[in-house]
Each structure stands twice: as C-alpha cells, then as structure tokens.
Design a protein around this ligand. Structure first.
Ligand SMILES: Cc1ncc(COP(=O)(O)O)c(C=O)c1O
Length: 346
C-alpha cells in the first residue's frame, strides 16, 4: 500500500534487462556512445521532429532548471503555476541556474495555468519601462502537481500567450506518459504542435532508474545547453545506461503500458473511495494522482496498517489531506487492501 509517490515505485523489469544488455564492454562516454545517438534518432522519429536535440540527465530538477536557464535571461521572469514543482519544490534551483530569473506563480484550478491570469501577469511586466525583455519563459507542467491533465486546447491557449509576448514555452513532463495516455494523442500533438519549444521528458516516475531527458524542438535553443549542463555538473559520463533505458521504454509502447497501469490503479482507487463516509475527493482523477481528505480515524487506521502516503493539513481539523499516487507497479491487491481499511470500522 505504497501511495507516497511514483518515484517510490520499482524499476520495470524490461528496463533492468536493457541495463544488463547495455553493460557489455566499453562504449564512448559523455553521450557519444551508439545508444545515446540511437535514442536521439528514435525520439526525433517519435516526436516527428527531425531537427530536435535530445539531452540525457539523471534528475527531473536538472532537466527543468537547465532547460529554463537555456531559454531565459537572468533579468527575465519565468511564468509557471503557483503550485508548480519549479516554484515550490526545487529550492530556488531555477533562480540559481538561470542566474537570477524571477519565478512568477500564476493561479488556475488543479495546477493548470489560467490563460487570463497568465496574460495579466505578463502584461503587467510588459507595461514597465522595458517591455518585451522582462518576460521570460512560460513553463507548464503536464501532469500538473495537483494531478491535472491539460487538454491540447489549454496547452495551446497558454503557449499562444507566450508567443504573443515573444517568449518560449517549456513543458515539465515529469509525468508526460501519464498525461499522453489520458489524452490519447501523439507526442508531437501534445508538445511542439501545441506550441511547446522544450520538454522535460520524464522517465523516472514511470519505471526508469534516474533517467530523464530534455528535448529541444527548436535546435536554436539547444546550442548552449551542452555547456550549461557541463558547467552545472550534470553531464553524466556513462550515458549509455540512460539511453538504454529510454530505448527499451519506447520499444513496443512499453512506456504507454506502464503509464496506463498507473492511471488504471488510480482510477480503481478513486472508484472505491467515491461516496465513502469520511472521505472527500478534492477533485476528480485525471491521471495517476488523487487528492483526498480523510477523517482522522481513517488516517490512523491506514497508518497502523502500514499504508504510505503524504499527509498534510486539511481544510477541516478533523481530517487530514492525503495525496495518493499510483505507479506502474501498483496492484489491484494494493488498492483493494487500502480500500478495505478505509471501509472497516475503527
Ligand atoms: C512535476 C515534477 N517535476 C519535476 C520533478 C523533479 O524530479 P526529481 O525529483 O527527479 O528532481 C518532480 C519530482 O517529484 C515533479 O513532481
């Protein structure tokens, strides 16, 4: 009953097998090996973006902040949702890596940037003495930090505003696959065709081992990334092991299967929790995260039974807020055991 984070899930066996296969003899280092090169071609094909540039890293934070640093000047501002990981959970790494660009948090339900609020925030900066130069990148998160999935129209509405102000758009896709399978669209459709210039293409939360990638759809943005990655101490030498994981991940749609399993488990959990006394679903499930409020006795029973999830202050004193995240390895039995404890009397 481990619902703390998809980061807590195991590495998929197909990925472990790929790592063993990649562990054969010598290969050039720092991304000049044949697997890394094969992956760049594979991702260009998958994203229908023959010019795209791909860079491999080991943390989602590094992909986000190095991409933002590449796209944003130090005197500019990055616009993101008020609850975005880059705003609340990266210890000011975006400000640090961009050399001081300010993050401006914008409101919107379930972690999705409200286009009207974004336009006002950007316009209020552009009204100042030096228009154009102070607005920097717009960054949106798909799946959002509150479990929401942007529709394609919503992504387009946000990136259109970025275009209006002449700035690039970045997508934090730490849970990219979980959103893609819900929208049932193509990777190109959810990114550059919807106006995204750079993507943090997460793998770790969906069955990879410390494997993350940045994709620049416009190669003009990428030229300095390589230098920033090395200077920022994120140039891994043995990139073949990251590339091997991604290649296996993309093979036969494994990445989509893993995401579907995670989302299905969350849907089962939501269906079981719906209507139960002492349980409030804060908003409907959209991918693999559920935000709930649980009556304190239920929370106590779950804790006693060993259920793991992040709990925080709820809107009422007699409840706790519980974030429940599923991953590819969450089983029906895990979900059903959790539900049985919620239903049982104290
Ligand atoms: C939406 C989002 N972006 C980025 C990250 C950062 O990933 P990492 O912990 O690998 O640095 C996380 C991690 O939880 C996340 O949830």
């Amino acid at each position: 009953m481990h619902f703390a984070s998809d980061n807590a899930g195991p590495v998929a066996p197909e990925i472990m097998d790929a790592l063993i296969r990649a562990n054969d003899g010598h290969a050039m280092a720092y991304g000049t090996d044949h697997l890394t090169q094969a992956l760049e071609s594979r991702l260009r094909e998958l994203f229908e973006a023959p010019e795209a540039r791909v860079f491999l890293l080991t943390t989602g934070t590094a992909t986000n902040v190095l991409a933002l640093a590449t796209l944003t000047d130090p005197w500019q501002s990055v616009f993101c949702h008020r609850d975005a990981h880059i705003e609340v959970s990266e210890c000011n790494a975006p400000e640090f890596y961009t050399g001081g660009a300010k993050l401006i948090g914008v409101d919107g339900p379930t972690g999705k940037i409200d286009p009207g609020a974004l336009r006002s925030a950007m316009a209020s900066l552009s009204d100042q003495a030096s228009p154009d130069t102070r607005c920097g990148t717009v960054s949106l998160t798909q799946v959002t930090d509150l479990g929401g999935v942007y529709t394609l129209d919503h992504i387009r509405a946000v990136t259109d505003i970025a275009r209006e102000f002449g700035v690039p758009a970045h997508m934090d896709g730490a849970r990219f696959a979980n959103a893609l399978v819900e929208l049932d669209c193509s990777p190109a459709g959810m990114t550059w065709q919807a106006g995204i210039d750079a993507l943090s293409f997460g793998g770790t939360k969906n069955g990879l081992m410390s494997a993350e990638a940045v994709i620049f759809f416009n190669p003009a943005h990428a030229y300095e990334f390589e230098h920033r990655r090395r200077r920022g101490a994120h140039l891994s030498s043995k990139q073949r092991y990251i590339a091997a994981q991604y290649l296996a991940y993309l093979d036969d749609g494994l990445w989509l299967d893993l995401a579907r399993r995670a989302n299905r488990a969350a849907a089962r959990l939501e269906a079981g929790l719906k209507g139960l006394a002492g349980v409030t679903l804060v908003h409907p499930r959209e991918a693999n995260m559920l935000f709930t409020e649980l009556a304190r006795p239920i929370h106590a029973r779950l804790r006693d039974a060993g259920a793991v999830y992040y709990a925080s202050k709820a809107s009422r004193d007699d409840y706790v807020a519980a974030r429940l995240v599923t991953n590819w390895a969450t089983t029906d039995a895990d979900v059903d055991a959790f539900l049985a404890i919620v239903r049982s009397e104290g």
